[in-house]
Design a protein around this ligand. Structure first.
Ligand code: SF4
Length: 392
């Protein structure tokens, strides 16, 4: 279906260029020519994880080998061949590359106030791995493993650690707490990435939370449709469908991530009756322009994925080089309200430090209101008076 309202976007040409095998290094070409490309287990087995493999890439990231070794000593690193294949190696500022390849600034650049756990998640755990910050919902971290370790991750403090909460005894303690806490009606299954788990284990966790009488809804956070879409198999969708009402939140940050494979993965989830929403993080040098966010949200809407949140990047140590000015997100949101439909506009939110919770940030259109009228500035800058008669 043609969409005459779609913006002409320079990203289109990058997408088609990226589809040419010639843009990929020999390592990626060899992967793509493999008959196992569509096998998610093969993708996991062939992830790039070592400094040697990193140094064979055409652009192993800024900094020396020793500098990158320092990063890897502190923070894990793994990229699936699929996600690596989305990189345009002719562009030193490629937005996919910046999200998945280590950068020495992770250990050398720090803004004032950044911390490993600024949201104080660890202090809001009544039992290990379960964050209970909002009254009616709790977040269960059931794994610390991910398919790709996104460099901007706000939980990078716990990557790959074999925390107690990755074990079934910890899940039992989470379920026990929720059973005793009747105000919790929604459980968010998170990690790490829960869709990296063995499906039987994940199904056991879903069933255990759903067996609690006052739990009405399960939400699951995953980046698998973005970084390993072949993992979303019919079998996996069938298992997830047995646990509806189940909502999935995924994490596309850039329109170039919406490939045919990623769109098909989301479609399989939707056909299984599982709504898919998107949580995007505003990242400097990756998606911090109105054009990129607008195009991303329109592409998401076209594949039936609801743009849900646009997050301001948290003040997490090791991610400071991705942080934008808070005003940037407000400007982008203002621009979206003037140029695209409401279904393509995510809520821009900042997660407040010290466990303060999410604060929505909207550009203000209301200039004044008194007993008789309200005065607005429209998205086009016009001043409009709106009657507010007494007694209404
Ligand atoms: S998939 Fe999610 S939890 Fe895992 S590294 Fe990426 S952002 Fe972090």
């Amino acid at each position: 279906m043609s969409n005459s309202a779609s913006p002409v976007c320079p990203l289109d040409s990058q997408t088609s260029k990226n589809r040419e095998l010639g843009a990929a290094p020999a390592l990626v070409q060899a992967f793509q020519n493999s008959g196992n490309w569509k096998d998610w287990k093969w993708q996991i087995r062939n992830r790039i994880t070592s400094l040697d493999a990193l140094s064979r890439l055409p652009n192993p990231g800024p900094g020396t080998r020793e500098g990158l070794a320092n990063v890897l000593r502190r923070y894990r690193y793994a990229v699936t061949p699929y996600y690596l294949s989305l990189i345009d190696w002719t562009d030193p500022a490629d937005p996919i590359m910046k999200q998945c390849l280590p950068d020495t600034r992770e250990v050398t650049f720090r803004l004032p106030g950044s911390e490993d756990d600024p949201l104080k998640e660890n202090e809001h755990m009544p039992v290990p791995g379960l964050i209970h910050r909002y009254r009616d919902r709790a977040l269960a971290m059931v794994t610390t493993t991910c398919a790709v370790y996104c460099r901007h991750c706000n939980r990078k403090r716990q990557w790959g650690l074999r925390h107690a909460w990755a074990h079934s005894r910890s899940v039992a303690r989470m379920v026990d707490y929720i059973q005793k806490t009747s105000c919790i009606r929604e459980v968010i299954i998170s990690g790490g990435d829960p869709l990296t788990m063995h499906p039987d284990k994940l199904e056991g966790i879903l069933a255990a939370f759903q067996a609690v009488p006052h739990v009405e809804v399960i939400r699951l956070g995953t980046r698998i449709p973005v970084v390993l879409p072949m993992r979303v198999t019919d079998d996996l969708c069938g298992m997830l469908a047995r646990h509806r009402p189940l909502w999935i939140n995924t994490h596309f940050n850039h329109p170039r991530e919406i490939t045919a494979e990623a769109a098909a993965a989301c479609d399989r989830l939707l056909r299984a009756g599982i709504p898919v929403s998107n949580q995007c993080v505003l990242l400097k040098g990756i998606n911090d322009s109105a054009e990129t966010i607008c195009y991303l949200c329109r592409r998401l809407q076209s594949i039936m994925v609801r743009p849900y949140y646009l997050f301001h990047c948290d003040s997490v140590r090791g991610t400071d080089h991705f942080r934008t000015d808070l005003r940037k997100g407000i400007e982008i949101t203002r621009s979206l309200w003037g140029t695209t439909g409401g279904l393509s506009i995510p809520n821009f939110v900042v997660d407040l430090p010290e466990g303060g919770g999410k604060a929505p940030l909207m550009p203000s259109y209301l200039l004044d209101i008194d007993g008789e009228e309200a005065i607005f500035r429209t998205f086009e800058g016009k001043i409009v008076r709106y009657p507010c008669p007494e007694g209404a």
